[in-house]
Design a protein around this ligand. Sequence first.
Ligand SMILES: [Zn+2]
Ligand SMILES: [Zn+2]
Length: 465
Amino acid sequence: MQFTTLGETEEIGASCHYLHLDNAGIILDAGADPEKEGMDSMPDLELIADHPDWPVDHVIISHAHHDHLGALPLVTRTFPHAHIHMSSATRQLADILLPASARLQRRKLREGSTTVEPIFDEDEVEASSYVYQAHPLEDEFDLTGFKSDFDVSGEFFDAGHVLGSLGVMIRWEEEGRLRKLFYTGDTGLNNQTIIPGAEYPDEKVDILLLESTLGADPTAETFTRRSEEKRLGEEMAKVLKRGGTVLMPVFALGRGQEMIALIDRYKRRGIIHEDIPVYTAGMMRAIADLYDKTRHSTPRLNEDFQVYGVPQSRLPRSRQALMEALKKPGIMAVGSGMMFERTISNKIAQQLVENPKNAVFLVGFAREDSPGDRILKARAEGRGTEAVLSSARGAQPIRCDVDRFRFSGHSHRRDLLKLVERLDPEKIVLVHGEAKAKAWMADNIRFFHPDIEVIVPTEGQVLDL
Ligand SMILES: [Zn+2]
Ligand SMILES: [Zn+2]
């Protein structure tokens, strides 16, 4: 079997891998890099074309985050006869997220914030969405290639990360023996507020493709969800009591809905007053609706809970209305989670960071040097330290509270090691993590499991596994 990674660099980048087994060609994930634009953000599909004997029969999408899904229209255009497999929820999310991505690319060009031509448009996205095939969890489906000699099968397992997320087990025959490869996708092994922890298989595999997002984060494992939940509730109550606004930059898919569920819990328990307005915007609302529609058909901790059952106000559009809203206590849960420039959370932060009554509470992963990371570091140096949120506006004094709470949808690294123990692979290929995250994972797996071969691939490197 051959493996190559098409979209990853030293950073997290775009998730996209290619497998060639028993004459079947399978692409795992079709992600785009959220920090780049145009073809630079896309996985390098040419690496497949360089091998005339590498077919592409199937594409599997683990979940609907942009770094796993964002290049799918390009992949379907390049390999129009490939079968595209995902969960039913991911398929419905793709119908919201990919057209939105096409509109964003066009708007950026029109506004002049980029010179890069859009990679795809809404018509192309719509036309290709008809070929996506949805499969239920723990139900085998066919991944045999056009030229395969034997059957190749796939089976989805719940990954516990966001709505619709999954890992996939691939089984095939090689030289007369059954071989198994498991790709984790992004993993959430512990319960969140809405979504329960992963239900991964409990069987020995030959090869494990393992994500390593939190591999370089020594502190993630020292926080418990319960203590973070308590701390966030208390800090929020303090800010609201003094009449301030709490800005929670969130990812539109996953963290946003989980935080609404948590705010609802605080209100029910009287930690914050039930009349405090909760503002949400745009895509997050459409995705919340999908969380509710799928609550009986996808894994839930409480099937009765509805994100839309929690009263939410639409974020004011005009500057004047926003300034009015900021005069009263309130919570704004809006994207993007890392507060990238020109996103709603960034624009609101510019309005509220200079007033000490307010707070910005980060609740997800923030890459180094993202605006979220910059204000967190500046505020840690002391109230009033300057940081740049928007390059057009320049440095601003950060006088409000800025804090980070650990509610990642990713497994921390000790849990990833437990998963290694459970699946007991002969070989592990580390994917989806910064270089130092993969290095920590590799060192620790080698220490605890000296028999396992651990590989950290570079982009385009062809591994024989
Ligand atoms: Zn993800
Ligand atoms: Zn990811």
